[in-house]
Design a protein around this ligand. Structure first.
Ligand SMILES: Nc1ncnc2c1ncn2[C@@H]1O[C@H](COP(=O)(O)OP(=O)(O)OP(=O)(O)O)[C@@H](O)[C@H]1O
Length: 205
């Protein structure tokens, strides 16, 4: 998937968060969206994934050489973000089965392989409401990485992860981000140091 932004701006009430974003996210590339707290990274990510409209400018999506409407982007997207919740009343197995009713597994994966990847065989039937914040974060990441989608978006991917969790995240990047357009919102270098391109929100204030 390719996403092209032409003079994109977004404001809330009278306050412009960013303006004049001219940028193309190329198929298969890895991009870090950088900026301090409150600078507009998540706002830009939501515009990029079609869940928020820009206040000005145009955004164009192409997939396999064909134009794609913004309202269809979600079908091709995997997103892990602090504001996206897992369903607390589900067990781990139920959550995985539910998620993969809507998305295909990455080739070679199935429910059991995802649970193995998480190292959570003993928590297979545990309700997610009893997971620690780090376990929930791992689950969100695994659901995003293990789906066969061309667009992978991660907002603050290592929040709540310990150093082992950060290494685990980096191993997922190596195994499952290849060939996908990967966009990461972050202000922590260990999360995005592998990204080849960087976009600084502060350049568009
Ligand atoms: N729905 C909204 N209504 C009004 N203001 C909003 C709304 N959403 C975001 N904002 C404002 O837009 C600005 C950018 O917020 P955003 O969450 O995009 O920043 P961020 O760079 O992702 O921050 P962080 O690093 O803390 O997650 C902030 O000033 C925020 O208060």
């Amino acid at each position: 998937m390719t996403i092209s932004l032409d003079k994109i701006g977004r404001r809330f009430n009278r306050e412009w968060i960013f303006r004049g974003v001219e940028y193309t996210f190329q198929q298969g590339g890895s991009y870090a969206v950088l900026g301090p707290n409150g600078s507009g990274k998540s706002t830009l990510l939501q515009i990029l994934n079609g869940s928020l409209t820009p206040s000005e400018g145009t955004i164009t999506y192409t997939l396999g050489g064909q134009l794609l409407e913004a309202e269809h982007v979600f079908k091709h997207l995997s997103l892990a973000a602090p504001y996206l919740e897992v369903i607390e009343e589900f067990s781990l197995a139920e959550m995985i089965d539910f998620h993969f009713k809507f998305k295909n597994y990455h080739p070679g994966l199935n429910r059991s392989a995802v649970i193995d990847l998480l190292g959570m065989q003993s928590s297979k039937h545990k309700l997610i409401k009893y997971f620690s914040s780090g376990m929930k974060q791992r689950l969100k990441l695994a659901l995003a990485f293990c789906a066969d989608t061309p667009l992978l978006m991660l907002d603050e991917p290592t929040s709540n992860l310990d150093t082992q969790g950060i290494d685990w995240y980096l191993s997922l990047v190596q195994q499952y981000a290849q060939g996908r357009l990967t966009i990461i919102c972050s202000n922590q270098e260990h999360e995005y140091s592998f990204c080849k391109e960087q976009l600084r929100i502060t350049d568009y204030k």
